[in-house]
Design a protein. Structure first.
Length: 721
């Protein structure tokens, strides 16, 4: 009797314990009287999954039933024949999975979960360290099989693997390099997403479906980028063969700082650059026609975007959660903008549309986005678009460099009406800024945006030494300074080919200096004509010296001058009557300061035409910097007085110094009443003769009534003195 009671007590206690354990499981009862486990709340180091609950067999688990478990080892009973997706995902302590040998659906090898015949690798324990060699029986890596394995450092695939499921290696930060096998023909989405340490993906050369270039995964002919390694840092330039960027190809590439698109790429897939937090600016290729959903989702440091021509659609959430985005310009080709395309972009203040209103709902700029919608004059379909947001007009400002090699410019963009914008031109080494296309010579300068928009070009000219120093002094507008400068030691070497049959060629060179371009501030005279006779050597080559005189005047001290001078000439060979043309060009950069010092830099080049195989070069091409002394002269102007209204004779003296016109007197006899006197004459100063003048002097009795006319080529109007 006592024994019987004791046995009943043992059975009761065991039953209570089993019930308590079963209570830690959550589960559902199926129509066929089987149990599917949906979760487990227990803890410990080892979990043996039960095979019975409430007398019914446990045959399966729901997706992620044991996700995040803290067990180090899990034993799977023979009864389970159906695991839901990702059964043990995110289990960072799990190092061993063991399957009962009687299980007809699953097996385990070295703690890794497989299907029964080990052709599919289902789950790799997330807590394991080091590298792993996939068994040669495996043809398929299941979805998320290695998901979030933080200590996995390497993976070796056998040639038998043909397919890798989605997210298979996602969030494995210590994987650095992967080599894909020869028979692999299927790779699902997100396989290597968020692998922050991965810098290289290599493909077996015999693989018919995939290839790799510089560690990046492509399809076989490199027309599509499939996966960019998440740990690869810096800028990336796509190969010219690329026409599409695959879904999630650059997803979670946080170290990517810039992307240079192929000129042939047309499509950006879903989530193509999602979570690329290192991108700060974006220049999309003009060949792109579509931007997929979530393409740039959560690129949190992206500040501005220009959607180029040819793009017709912007996918939903394409730029959602780009929290640093301040403005976006959308081309006229865009006809559809998806919901939430610019959702939750709190710093976005302006969206500039270049065409008619596209299709789009109130959710396009939803969330905490406060952008004003701008469109060009004449665009249609606006009004209450995008949930009735503020709509205003804008214009485009285009600032260009001419030529592009001469320098850089800034200021281009889309701006609301009336905005004052600063534009800047910066010359590159060997060039100088020569003024804007509208005649303005200032840089930087401020312009006001008008309804029609603006296109402004910065003109640059080639010159050794870069730009001229800013003037120290702005002289009087009527100031005049002499400029005489001889260009010496300018020699050119020509090679017209080897002479034959004892030819002795005599070449006569005649050249003339002319001004190609000058900046306001100087009047340049034509240079002297130079004629030289040279006899080529037996090789047909010769050199000749050239000396040219540059004459003219500078209007005011502190003037900046940019002179492009062309020396054009023609030579003839007497013995065979072959005509050859020779030419040189010199560029001068000149600054005249208020102390009478002219400084500048020069460069030159030579060329020829008309002789087979001829070559040429300039000798001594650089001549600066060197000072050119010139002086503000003390002019003495002698003028003869005549009269149109009276036969009175007299004389006038005009003194000019340092660019200033000083008062002068007119002496002579005039009749009472008003007389008009015409003064003409010439002036001398220094070693040269300058232009004279013609003044009309109005006299009332003996009083000066007014003066008009010109002196030294400059208009004078002193009426009322």
């Amino acid at each position: 009797m006592k024994t019987s009671n004791f046995l009943r007590l043992v059975v009761l206690l065991l039953g209570l314990k089993t019930a308590a354990v079963h209570a830690q499981y959550s589960y559902t009862t199926n129509a066929d009287n089987t149990i599917t486990l949906t979760g487990y709340t227990g803890s410990g180091d080892v979990l043996t999954i039960t095979n019975m609950i409430t007398g019914l067999p446990v045959t399966g688990t729901s997706p992620q039933a044991f996700a995040g478990t803290t067990f180090a080892s899990i034993i799977i009973p023979s009864s389970i024949t159906n695991f839901g997706n990702y059964p043990f995902i995110n289990s960072s302590r799990l190092t061993n999975l063991t399957v009962d040998a009687q299980n007809v659906a699953y097996s385990s090898v070295d703690g890794v979960l497989f299907n029964k015949n080990q052709t599919t690798l289902i789950e790799y324990p997330g807590g394991r360290s080091g590298s792993y060699i996939v068994p040669p029986t495996v043809s398929t890596i299941w979805n998320a099989a290695f998901y979030a394995c933080p200590h996995l450092t390497g993976i070796t695939f056998p040639s038998s693997v043909t397919s890798i499921g989605q997210q298979a290696f996602q969030s494995c930060p210590n994987l650095t390099s992967i080599t894909l096998p020869s028979n692999l023909t299927n790779i699902a989405r997100y396989v290597f997403a968020n692998c922050s340490g991965l810098t290289n993906i290599t493909v077996d050369s015999a693989n018919p479906a995939f290839s790799s270039v510089d560690g990046v995964l492509f399809n076989t002919d490199q027309t599509a980028i499939l996966q960019y390694p998440g740990g690869k840092a810096g800028s990336y330039s796509m190969p010219p063969t690329v026409t599409s960027v695959g879904n999630a190809a650059f997803m979670d590439c946080h170290s990517l700082t810039n992307i240079v698109f192929s000129s042939s790429v047309t499509n950006l897939g879903t989530q193509a650059f999602s979570d690329c937090t290192g991108l700060t600016s974006l220049t999309l290729s003009s060949s792109i026609i579509s931007i997929g959903s979530d393409a740039f989702y959560s690129c949190t440091n992206l500040t501005s975007v220009l959607i180029p021509d040819r793009v017709t659609s912007i996918g939903s959430s394409a730029f959602e959660d780009c929290e640093s985005l301040t403005n976006v310009t959308i081309s006229a080709s865009v006809t559809n903008v998806g919901d939430r395309a610019f959702f939750y972009c709190p710093r976005l203040t302006g969206a500039y549309f270049q065409g008619n209103a596209p299709n789009g709902s109130s959710l396009v700029f939803g969330g905490d986005t406060n952008a004003t919608i701008y469109h060009l004059v004449g665009a249609t379909g606006w009004g209450t678009m995008f949930g009735g947001r503020t709509i205003a007009l804008y214009a485009n400002l285009i600032v260009t460099a001419n030529p592009l090699s001469g320098g850089t410019v800034s200021g281009s963009g889309a701006y609301p009406f009336g905005t004052n914008v600063q534009i800047t031109a910066t010359a590159k080494s060997g060039w100088t800024f020569a003024g804007w296309s509208d005649g303005n010579l200032q840089t930087p300068r401020t312009i006001t945006i008008t309804a029609d928009g603006l296109i402004v070009a910065a003109n640059f000219m080639s010159a050794t030494g870069g730009s001229i120093t800013s003037p120290m002094f702005s002289g009087p507008t009527n100031g005049l300074y002499d400029l005489t400068h001889a260009l010496t030691n300018l020699s050119a070497a020509f090679n017209g080919g080897v002479l034959t049959n004892g030819q002795t060629n005599v070449v006569n060179i005649t050249e003339r200096l002319s001004v190609v371009q000058s900046i306001t501030g100087a009047t340049i005279a034509t240079g002297t004509v130079t004629t030289v006779t040279v006899i080529p050597s037996d090789s047909g080559s010769f050199t000749f010296p050239a000396t040219y005189k540059l004459k003219g005047s500078i209007k005011s001290a502190g003037s900046n001058l940019l002179l492009s001078l062309a020396f054009t000439g023609k030579g003839s060979t007497m013995s065979n009557a072959v005509t050859t043309k020779y030419s040189e060009s010199v560029t001068l950069l000149i600054t005249a300061d208020h102390n009478g010092i002219m400084t500048g830099r020069q460069t030159g080049k030579a060329s020829q035409s008309g002789r087979d195989g001829g070559t040429s070069k300039i000798l001594n091409p650089t001549f600066g910097p060197e000072p050119f002394m010139f002086a503000p002269l003390g002019w003495h102007l002698s003028m003869t007085l005549t009269s149109t209204t009276t036969k009175v004779t007299g004389h006038a003296t005009v003194n000019l110094a340092n660019g200033r016109i000083f008062p002068f007197t007119v002496t002579g006899t005039t009749k009472s009443g008003t007389s008009k006197l015409i003064l003409t004459g010439t002036s001398t100063g220094g070693s040269d003769t300058a232009k004279g003048g013609k003044l009309t002097v109005t006299m009332t009795g003996t009083h000066l009534g007014g003066i008009s006319g010109s002196l030294l080529g400059q208009k004078v109007n002193l009426s009322g003195l």
